[in-house]
Design a protein around this ligand. Structure first.
Ligand code: SF4
Length: 317
């Protein structure tokens, strides 16, 4: 049984121009101890999947439905209070994109890390702070950092604080939304190594959200490629990187620069479609070099092209 199984998930946002179909019938699973990388261009719905799983929804939700099984239980059936008490941060936590810039500037970071223990567990402040210091140590920061304010820390240190916050309730699954995108390359490498170590030591599972395929290859066991609110390819990291099947995945990989070869970098013509009026049929068809007449009419379903390797493309039907 996978730790997390998402089936037929939809999340649409209400706008004056019509619903934005950010997550449109998405299914995947995350086995215990594995990392699923969710990759795709900006605006394809990756972050929306994260907030749908953690149920931190904005007020303009138009449609939110599907099945989310965690440890075998359908957590979509829990009411908001039950979800807050039993799942959010306790079982599933998230490192939000840009969260390090959202730390409260007038509260020492140790107290910010300890806050869930005080609120969820009813711990007294001193006890919670002691555990927060241990969490800070586990992410490679000295205990003394607990007394510092965010402006006294570097970007890399702040990101470690945010990761300590996500770890504090000992969750089994952490959703990491572009956790290194605001960091310089050396700090990025250090944070990636930290995430790998934490995963090993705490037997964590991750959903790693990124637009950076090369970065995802560092940590992913499996990869889901998203395009315009849908998953178009899903497989092991080896399958997706070494033998990509969907034309969009092939183009994305061809656009990644490499040091050792002189390959000509490709680009994908056109732009990501509007999620209010996505193209009919295959949403990639206006940009696809292999499109057939059927592509603009019928939405391709995810089908298995080899064991554990799923692709939504009419070329494989
Ligand atoms: Fe291209 Fe058609 Fe496949 Fe879409 S379904 S990726 S348009 S070949």
């Amino acid at each position: 049984m996978p730790l997390l199984e998402v089936k037929d998930l939809y999340l649409y946002y209400r706008t004056t121009r019509g619903p934005v179909k950010a997550v449109d019938d998405v299914s995947f699973f995350v086995p215990e101890g594995e990392t699923l990388a969710l990759v795709g261009e900006s605006g394809c719905g990756k972050t929306s999947i994260g907030i749908a799983i953690l149920r931190v929804l904005p007020v303009n939700v138009h449609l939110y439905k599907g099945t989310i099984l965690f440890e075998g239980n359908d957590i979509m059936k829990l009411n908001d209070e039950e979800f807050r008490r039993t799942i959010r941060w306790r079982k599933i936590s998230m490192v939000f994109q840009g969260a390090m810039n959202a730390l409260n500037p007038v509260i020492p970071v140790g107290l910010q890390v300890a806050e869930p223990l005080i609120i969820h567990e009813g711990m007294d402040k001193d006890e919670a702070l002691k555990i927060a210091m241990e969490a800070l140590e586990s992410v490679g920061l000295p205990k003394i950092v607990a007394r510092r304010y965010p402006h006294e820390l570097s970007g890399g240190m702040k990101q470690r604080v945010v990761i300590a916050m996500a770890l504090i309730m000992k969750p089994r699954l952490i959703i990491l939304d572009e956790p290194t995108s605001a960091l310089d390359i050396i700090t990025q490498a250090n944070i990636m190594n930290l995430l790998k170590r934490l995963k090993r030591e705490h037997k964590l599972s991750y959903i790693f959200i990124t637009h950076d395929l090369a970065l995802a290859s560092e940590i992913a066991d499996r990869v889901a490629v998203m395009y315009a609110g849908e998953i178009v390819e899903l497989g092991t990291a080896e399958q997706v990187y070494l033998s990509p099947k969907h034309p969009y995945t092939q183009k994305l990989i061809a656009a990644v620069p490499t040091l050792r070869t002189e390959k000509k970098l490709e680009f994908i013509p056109g732009e990501v479609p509007s999620l209010i009026n996505p193209p009919p049929g295959c949403r990639f068809h206006p940009r696809c070099p292999y499109k057939k007449p059927v592509c603009s009419k019928v939405r391709p379903k995810l089908i298995e092209v080899e064991k554990d390797h799923l692709v939504a493309c009419h070329l494989y039907e």
